[in-house]
Design a protein around this ligand. Structure first.
Ligand SMILES: O=C(O)CCC(=O)C(=O)O
Ligand SMILES: [Fe+2]
Length: 316
């Protein structure tokens, strides 16, 4: 069996649980680590980005043997994580963005908000359940899953805040001209997996793929240009940013497992009070925490066109 598949099967296994001792945990790296080492990020023009710890305190790493792969260990403040989680659940699934629900449930959703429908006491059970059927939402150039293409006509403006965050991350690892043009927001539950694939539909195959995770921890596999290469495994905890660029941009990757962490240990946890910092119950983060008790969200940002490239005429 191909090495990538073997590793995927191993980490997906429920019984007996696999040995996780080879999974890289970036919260526990020391200077002598055999596989990864610290990385000094490029200086930024802005020192502090809203919702992030000061740029100079970001903990970034690179892999000694995988050029183009970078990791930034949760640089978000708890409030910053809460902001992005709300964006992913309350805003990004909304029209004009496209979601997996559009094909089968457009009559039920119409222009309504799946998150609000889930919380609304007057919703039917079917309406409430839609949120749990949400698997992905696309932003900017909307990836067409059937043709595996981006086209000029399937485009809506990319959110400014996510573009700004992505630009700052890309700048830090040496891509100052990065343009966030498309994103896939993935929603996982505890039994979800994402099988081995490469992201090659973009025209630009060098600029970073920026992946930002929230909620439950994933085991992430990163291999090489073919599935014969044995992948490394690493944890993606809430707030972590993982970047594939340059030589590693077209590497196979996968999510074989989501692991449950108790909510009280997650960085965005607000405490059990029903008034938090004087805010009223309805303003608390509790419903989002409750969703994330058994879910994970991943924002996966890409540049589609090469610098200065126009959309190819026959693609639109
Ligand atoms: O969920 C992840 O960490 C990876 C998602 C991914 O690979 C993709 O959207 O192409
Ligand atoms: Fe991917």
């Amino acid at each position: 069996m191909e090495k990538f598949k073997e590793s995927f099967k191993l980490y997906k296994r429920k019984k007996p649980p696999p040995d996780y001792s080879n999974v890289i945990d970036f919260t526990k790296i020391d200077a002598e680590d055999r596989q990864v080492c610290s990385l000094i990020l490029e200086k930024q023009s802005c020192d502090v980005l809203d919702g992030m710890i000061p740029f100079t305190s970001w903990k970034a790493y690179q892999h000694r043997k995988i050029p183009g792969f970078y990791f930034i260990s949760n640089p978000f403040t708890p409030d910053g994580q809460r902001k992005w989680i709300k964006r992913c659940l309350n805003d990004f699934p909304l029209k004009p963005n496209i979601t997996n629900l559009d094909v089968n449930y457009s009559d039920l959703i119409r222009e309504r908000n799946v998150w609000s429908m889930h919380l609304d006491a007057d919703s039917t059970d079917e309406e409430k359940q839609l949120l749990h059927k949400l698997r992905w939402s696309t932003l900017g150039y909307h990836h067409n899953w059937d043709t595996k293409k981006y086209t000029a006509d399937r485009y809506t403006p990319f959110p400014d805040d996510l573009s700004c965050l992505s630009r700052c991350i890309a700048h830090g690892i040496g891509f100052p001209h990065f343009k966030a043009e498309a994103a896939i927001v993935n929603y996982y539950h505890l039994d979800s997996t994402l099988s081995g694939h490469t992201d090659h539909s973009e025209f630009d195959h060098i600029s970073p793929l920026i992946s930002i995770s929230f909620g439950q921890t994933a085991v992430f596999l990163l291999g090489g240009l073919t599935k014969d290469i044995d992948p490394i495994a690493l944890y993606l905890h809430s707030g972590d940013i993982c970047i594939m660029s340059g030589e590693c941009r077209l590497a196979y990757h996968a999510v074989p497992k989501i692991l449950r962490t108790p909510t009280s240990e997650l960085p965005y946890h607000e405490g059990d009070d029903d008034t938090v910092n004087g805010r009223k119950v309805e303003d608390t983060f509790e419903p989002f925490e409750s969703y994330l008790q058994s879910s994970r969200i991943n924002m996966n940002v890409r540049q589609v066109l090469c610098d200065g490239q126009e959309f190819p005429k026959d693609e639109s």
